[in-house]
Write a protein of this length. Structure first.
Length: 242
């Protein structure tokens, strides 16, 4: 009787967990799979210097992320706290060529096949990363992508077809980007190549000047820019007053 009760409680949970999390039609999914993995279009470049880490509870894969492991916001524990995917295994600089080998959408079938402790409800892009042999490297895209155009835009955000203009930067900024550092007087585009997109941006006007504060996940890393150029960098404890 106890076993029957346990099964009756578990089955609805499993069924709910495996409900498809994509609204893209089967036709769009097939077209995207073909367009992104076939021919020259499959070769892209890292827009941001990124880390390779373990892939949460799935030892057969690795995660590609522009953020350090403690700032990754892809999977939460039972208390709603972000789960750290694991220590950095490699640093891949911006501009590195990658090949898209598969795009996997969170259909009910795909989620049933995925490891439980992984970001199962989001699209996964499987990559061959130049200089990073071994198990597949996965870029996890944001949830809620409902249109083909939105997925392509999300891909371009991380993996543009064209190589980022790293070579046009002064040598010291090129070196900083490759090491995921941000320096004073660095242009906005170089900050994105080094640290990636911030979690939020605060903008203010000071006369004719445009000030920005880029805040990264967890609030410990902040970049202050004036008219598109870095004026200050903070890497410390989050300021609760902000």
């Amino acid at each position: 009787m106890t076993r029957r009760l346990a099964l009756s409680l578990l089955l609805p949970v499993l069924a709910t967990a495996c409900v498809s999390q994509t609204k893209l039609s089967a036709e769009d999914r097939t077209a995207l799979q073909h367009d992104l993995t076939t021919g020259p279009a499959a070769v892209r470049h890292l827009k941001t210097s990124s880390y390779i880490t373990p892939f949460f509870g799935d030892a057969s894969k690795r995660l590609l992320t522009p953020y350090p492991p403690e700032e990754v916001r892809l999977l939460n524990d039972t208390k709603g706290n972000p789960i750290n995917p694991g220590p950095v295994q490699a640093l891949v600089p911006a501009g590195t060529p990658v090949r898209v080998t598969k795009v996997e959408f969170p259909t009910s079938w795909a989620m049933a096949e995925r490891v439980l402790y992984s970001p199962r409800t989001q699209p996964w892009v499987y990559l061959d990363v130049e200089g990073a042999p071994g198990s597949p490297v996965i870029l996890v895209l944001r949830p809620g992508i409902d249109k083909k155009e939105d997925l392509l835009a999300e891909m371009d955000r991380y993996l543009p077809p064209q190589e980022p203009r790293l070579a046009k930067l002064p040598a010291r900024f090129q070196d900083a980007v490759k090491q995921k550092r941000v320096l004073e007087n660095m242009p906005e585009a170089a900050v994105e190549m080094s640290w990636g997109h911030p979690e939020s941006i605060r903008r203010t006007l000071e006369g004719q000047r445009v000030n920005q504060e880029w805040i990264y996940p967890g609030g410990k890393r902040r970049v202050f820019l004036t008219d598109g150029v870095v004026s200050r960098v903070e890497e410390g404890k989050p300021d609760a007053a902000k």
